[in-house]
Design a binder for this molecule. Structure first.
Ligand code: GTP
Ligand code: MG
Length: 428
C-alpha cells in the first residue's frame, strides 16, 4: 500500500452481516476499518455490506457480490479490496480470481499498519515475526488442503517444492528473529531491574484513546501523538512524582483494537509484558467516542489475553473537552465507578488523576526494613528512592534503613537486594 505523501490507492471495503439487524454493528465496524485504511494510506471509495445468513464457504460473500466487486473495481480504478471478516487462504484466492483485484482481510491490514509504524529494532522484529507467522499459517493451510485433495493433476511439479522452500525460509527467519528478540528482552529486563523500587503504572486502552497525550501531559515527555491508529508501538517509560515520597514509573504502550491479530499479541509479548507486570493499569477511554462500552470490553479482553487479569485498574476517561453533553458524562460516571475524567490536551482533571493514582498506591503502603552493606551505594539509593525513608542508621559497615512504600515496589526491591547480596531465604 502507498505510504503517506504518495498517491493514495483506491480501496473498497466489504463486510458481511448475518441479518438486517446486524447491519448497524457492521456499518460501525466498517467505519473503523475505513479509519484503519486511511492510517495505512488508502483512499476508501466505497463500502459494501452484504446481508447473508450463512457465508459462502468458497468466497465468503455470494457469487453475485464477487461479480459486483469486479465491476465496481473497474469503474473506480480500485486496486485493493479489504474484507472486515477473516478470510481463509482459499477464500482469498477465490475472490481474487473472481473479482480480478487484490484482496486482504482486517488482520492483514492491521499488520500492515504495524509494519508502517514500527521504528525501534524491537518493534520491527516483533512486527516481522507476526507477519511471518501470519504467512506461515496461510502456507500451512494451503498445504493441508493440497494433501486432503490427495495431490494429482494441478498439484504436482515445482509449485509444491516452492512451498517447501518458502516454509523452510520462513522457519529459519523466525528462529533468527526470536534470537534477536531474546537479546533485546534481556536488555529490557536489566532496565527494569533499575526501576525495581518504583511503583509501576501502565497506560492501556483502545488505539487512539489519548494515551500518549496523557503520558506527555503527566511526565512532560514528547511522545508522538497523532490522529492515526497505532501511532505508538514502542513502550516509553518515565518517572513521575505523585508527591514528595511517591514516585511512579509510568509506561505508555501499544493500543488495542477489536480483532487484534493473535499473531501480533503473541509477538508483542515483550512489549506487553509491561501490562502483565504492572502494579496499576490506567485504562484510558475516549469519552467522546460513541462506542465506549464496546471499547472497554475489547480492552478488558485483551488485558486478560496478555496475562494482566487481576491487576488493579483505574478507569480514566479522556478527551473530556470534546464532550458537550453533560448527561453523557453523568451516564459514564454512574456506569463506571471510581472513574476519573480528564483532558490530556487542556490539562483539565490531571490533578484529580494524580490524586486517584496516589490513593491507589497508598492503599497498598507497607513499611519494610533493609540492612545493606554501607559500600553498596547502588542498593542504598534504590531502596531510599522506593518510598519514604522513616529511619536510616549506620552500624559499623551496615546501613539499616526503614522505608515506607508500596508493597509491590518494596517487594521487588527486596528481591533484587537479596539476589545482589546472594541471600537465600527459607522457601525460595
Ligand atoms: N480534544 C482532545 N483530543 C485529544 C485528547 N487526547 C488526545 N487527543 C487526540 O486524539 C488523537 C490520539 O491521541 P494519542 O495520544 O496519540 O492516542 P493514543 O491512545 O496514544 O493512540 P495510539 O498510540 O495510536 O494507540 C490525537 O489526535 C490527539 O490529539 C484530549 O484530551 N482532547
Ligand atoms: Mg500512543
Amino acid at each position: 500500500m502507498n505510504g503517506p505523501g504518495t498517491d493514495r490507492s483506491n480501496v473498497l471495503l466489504v463486510g458481511l452481516a448475518r441479518d438486517s439487524r446486524a447491519r448497524w454493528a457492521k456499518a460501525d465496524s466498517l467505519e473503523e476499518l475505513a479509519f484503519l485504511t486511511d492510517t495505512a494510506g488508502g483512499n476508501v471509495v466505497e463500502r459494501l455490506i452484504q446481508v447473508r445468513e450463512k457465508p459462502d464457504p468458497a468466497t465468503l460473500v455470494g457469487k453475485g457480490m464477487v461479480e459486483r466487486l469486479r465491476q465496481l473495481c473497474r469503474e473506480h480504478q480500485v486496486e485493493l479490496v479489504i474484507f472486515d471478516e477473516e478470510l481463509s487462504p482459499t477464500q482469498q484466492r477465490n475472490i481474487e480470481e473472481g473479482a480480478g483485484v487484490r484482496i486482504i482481510d482486517r488482520a492483514a491490514l492491521i499488520l500492515d499498519i504495524f509494519a508502517l509504524h514500527a521504528r525501534s529494532a524491537e518493534a520491527k522484529i516483533q512486527v516481522e515475526l507476526a507477519q511471518l507467522d501470519y504467512r506461515q499459517s496461510r502456507l500451512t493451510g494451503f498445504g493441508v488442503e493440497m494433501s486432503r485433495l490427495g495431490g494429482g493433476i494441478g498439484t504436482r511439479g515445482p509449485g509444491e517444492t516452492q512451498l517447501e522452500v518458502d516454509r523452510r525460509r520462513i522457519k529459519q527467519r523466525i528462529a533468527a528473529l526470536r534470537k534477536a528478540l531474546g537479546r533485546i528482552d534481556r536488555e529490557r529486563a536489566t532496565q527494569r531491574r533499575r526501576r525495581a523500587g518504583l511503583f509501576r503504572a501502565v497506560l492501556v486502552g483502545y488505539t487512539n484513546a489519548g494515551k500518549s497525550t496523557l503520558f506527555n501531559r503527566l511526565t512532560a515527555a514528547a511522545v508522538k501523538v497523532s490522529d492515526q491508529l497505532f501511532a505508538t508501538l514502542d513502550p516509553n517509560t518515565k518517572v513521575l512524582d505523585l508527591d514528595r515520597h511517591v514516585r511512579v514509573a509510568l509506561t505508555d504502550t501499544v493500543g488495542f483494537i477489536r480483532s487484534l491479530p493473535h499473531q501480533l499479541v503473541a509477538s508483542f509479548r515483550a512489549t506487553l509484558s509491561e501490562v502483565r507486570e504492572a502494579d496499576l493499569l490506567l485504562h484510558v477511554i475516549d469519552a467522546s467516542d460513541a462506542h465506549v462500552d464496546r471499547h472497554v470490553d475489547v480492552v478488558n479482553d485483551t488485558i486478560e489475553e496478555v496475562g494482566g487479569k487481576g491487576r488493579p485498574v483505574l478507569m480514566v476517561f479522556s478527551k473530556k473537552d470534546r464532550v458537550f453533553d453533560d448527561a453523557a458524562l453523568d451516564r459514564l460516571d454512574r456506569n463506571y465507578v471510581q472513574a476519573v475524567f480528564v483532558s490530556g490536551t487542556s490539562g483539565e482533571g490531571i490533578d484529580q488523576l494524580k490524586e486517584a493514582m496516589l490513593a491507589m498506591v497508598e492503599k497498598q503502603m507497607v513499611t519494610r526494613q533493609f540492612t545493606l552493606p554501607a559500600s553498596r551505594t547502588d542498593l542504598i539509593s534504590l531502596v531510599c528512592r522506593a518510598g519514604r525513608v522513616l529511619s536510616d542508621r549506620t552500624q559499623e559497615d551496615r546501613r539499616r534503613i526503614l522505608v515506607k512504600g508500596s508493597r509491590a515496589a518494596l517487594g521487588r526491591a527486596r528481591k533484587l537486594v537479596d539476589e545482589e547480596l546472594g541471600v537465600r531465604r527459607a522457601g525460595s
